[in-house]
Design a protein around this ligand. Structure first.
Ligand SMILES: NC(=O)c1ccc[n+]([C@@H]2O[C@H](COP(=O)([O-])OP(=O)(O)OC[C@H]3O[C@@H](n4cnc5c(N)ncnc54)[C@H](OP(=O)(O)O)[C@@H]3O)[C@@H](O)[C@H]2O)c1
Length: 325
């Protein structure tokens, strides 16, 4: 089969090669998914740099989310049979024609959910839903500040925040990205490059109760200065490359909680919580309450270009790699 392969670390998307590799075999408790689409994530670039939470031995294929059909099932798998349509979250290996993944990391998808939508669904919606609902416990009537609001995870935080009844302030770079956040229901739009971000946030009508931050750096610092009493800051990621340093005294005086959050950890540490979240999200999708936004697709041989779109901040919502016809 064909796959996109990294043979050394530190070369970014340009180091990726489109190669013939051995087909995966479903081990105990695993399924092999014939991949029809794979979601692209900023985290793929961290894995290629050797800076992700987990490290894969070389060579490996990146790719943390896929959609396709079950091709085969390993010993002990009862939840799926060949031919089932699924989305799945392998720990790596999604940029390929096939991937083996634990059956517990796969979810059946509705018959009318296309593979591109399904491939871009789990990381973005899963992260924002578990983050806002399970970790930050966002409540209706609260104010949610979303940084990187037109990105993969940020845009779903906007949409879910609105759905959960929050007043949502979206921060993104430039008018086109802000228009995308607006289309997902954001109530207030602020350009990330505004002179005084703190003043701009406060001018929307007061401080914030939850900060959703996939960006880090100066944006996070400005957001934290706008925290209300008992605000929660959800640490999602550091797309800016700048990991914020937080002065504990600022947390004390406003009774602020800072919440570290790695969604992927729930697949192993608390799978029931993740499954519950997926049930809710897929139900909302079936009810027409979610509008997944995929700005770009590229075929598998052009996976490097797909990842570059994300890293160069030229995408909105998700970028998805298509596999096969
Ligand atoms: N904790 C978790 O479980 C979890 C799950 C998924 C993702 N993440 C993390 O969340 C972050 C975003 O992931 P994503 O897949 O949503 O990425 P993405 O689609 O690229 O979104 C990131 C956003 O960050 C903003 N940004 C600001 N400075 C940037 C810079 N120097 N380079 C690139 N982007 C910059 C961009 O918005 P503007 O151009 O509008 O500024 C961009 O839209 C990553 O750090 C990722 O590792 C964490």
């Amino acid at each position: 089969m064909k796959a996109i392969v990294a043979t050394e670390l530190g070369r970014g998307p340009r180091g990726l090669q489109y190669l013939d590799v051995a087909e995966p075999v479903a081990g105990k408790g695993e399924i092999v998914v014939a991949v029809r689409a794979a979601g692209v994530n900023f985290a793929d670039s961290l894995m290629l740099a050797g800076r992700y939470q987990t490290r894969q031995p070389l060579p490996f294929s990146p790719g943390l989310e896929v959609a396709g059909t079950v091709e085969s099932v390993g010993p002990g798998v009862t939840a799926f049979v060949p031919g089932d349509r699924v989305l799945a979250i392998p720990a790596f290996g999604g940029y390929a024609e096939k991937v083996a993944v634990s059956a517990e990391r796969a979810v059946a998808i509705p018959a009318d959910m296309d593979f591109v939508t399904a491939a871009g669904f789990p990381v973005a919606y899963g992260t924002s839903h578990l983050g806002l609902w399970h970790r930050a416990r966002l409540r209706a009537g609260e104010t949610l500040l979303v940084l990187g609001a037109a990105g993969g995870v940020g845009l779903t935080a906007v949409e879910l925040g609105v759905l959960m009844g929050a007043r949502v302030i979206a921060v993104a770079k430039g008018e086109a990205k802000l228009a995308v956040a607006k289309a997902q229901g954001a109530h207030h739009l602020i350009d990330a490059e505004v002179d005084d971000l703190k003043a701009a946030i406060l001018a929307t009508g007061g401080g914030v109760d939850v900060i959703y931050d996939p960006v880090g750096g100066a944006l996070f610092e400005a957001g934290l200065k706008c925290a209300n009493f008992e605000a929660r800051a959800l640490i999602i990621g550091f797309a800016s490359g700048d990991v914020p340093q937080i002065a504990a005294n600022r947390l004390l005086v406003k009774n602020v909680d800072v919440l570290g959050f790695w969604w992927g950890a729930y697949a192993d540490k608390a799978p029931a919580v993740m499954a519950d979240s997926f049930r809710t999200l897929i139900g909302w999708w079936q009810d027409g309450r979610l509008k997944p936004h995929v700005s770009d697709t590229r075929p598998l041989p052009l996976a490097a270009e797909a990842l570059e779109l994300v890293l160069e901040r030229r995408s909105t919502g998700k970028v998805v790699i298509t596999v096969g016809d």
